[in-house]
Ligand binder design. Structure first.
Ligand SMILES: [Zn+2]
Length: 181
């Protein structure tokens, strides 16, 4: 592995260990050229996945970007980082298991929403409101209507409260708006 700091092409592995669910291995590396340390993460990749955007551009599936958009939706929710990692790994496995290498971004968004709905209602509404570009109140009400009454009444204020700045942030890193309705 080439050193990202100085370009030296013979860095040394100092430590390797699996993460919590053993789905990845973290390696601490040391560069004898410049003395910098860095970490690489090794994961199984069954297929090279591509995402088809709404404008039909084909871009490589970006696991980190998916994880970022989920982390933003989960912000300050009682879901720890380890659980988020497992959610992301589960999503990737589902995508790989589908047998398709080209995944429409709309389908990816739906898959994330289906998963978040099971995990945390507030995160689901945050993600859905950005992803589906639900600006109108009736769309928001429609999402809440799909949730159990005791949950939707509890999150009405919370989700409204952090619309605005947060939505813009999610929009930047999310899988992009769905054109098809
Ligand atoms: Zn170096």
């Amino acid at each position: 592995m080439r050193c990202p700091f100085c370009g030296h092409d013979d860095t040394q592995v100092k430590d390797s260990r699996p993460n919590e669910d053993a789905a990845a291995i973290r390696r601490r590396r040391f560069c004898p050229g410049c003395g910098q340390r860095f970490t690489t993460i090794e994961r199984v990749q069954l297929r090279e996945l591509m995402v088809i955007k709404a404008d039909l551009r084909r871009v490589p599936f970006d696991r980190d970007k998916l994880a970022r958009s989920i982390r933003i939706a989960m912000r300050k929710r009682p879901v720890d980082e380890e659980r988020i990692e497992r959610i992301v790994s589960g999503l990737v496995r589902q995508l790989e298991a589908s047998g398709e290498t080209d995944i429409p971004s709309a389908q990816l968004g739906e898959l994330v929403m289906d998963t978040l709905r099971e995990v945390d209602a507030v995160a689901y509404v945050r993600f859905a409101s950005v992803y589906r570009d639900f600006r109108e109140a009736r769309d928001f009400e429609a999402i809440l209507g799909s949730l159990a009454p005791e949950i939707s009444s509890g999150i009405r204020s919370a989700a409204h409260h952090d619309s605005g700045a947060q939505q813009d942030t999610v929009a930047e890193t999310g899988p992009g708006p769905a054109k098809a309705r």
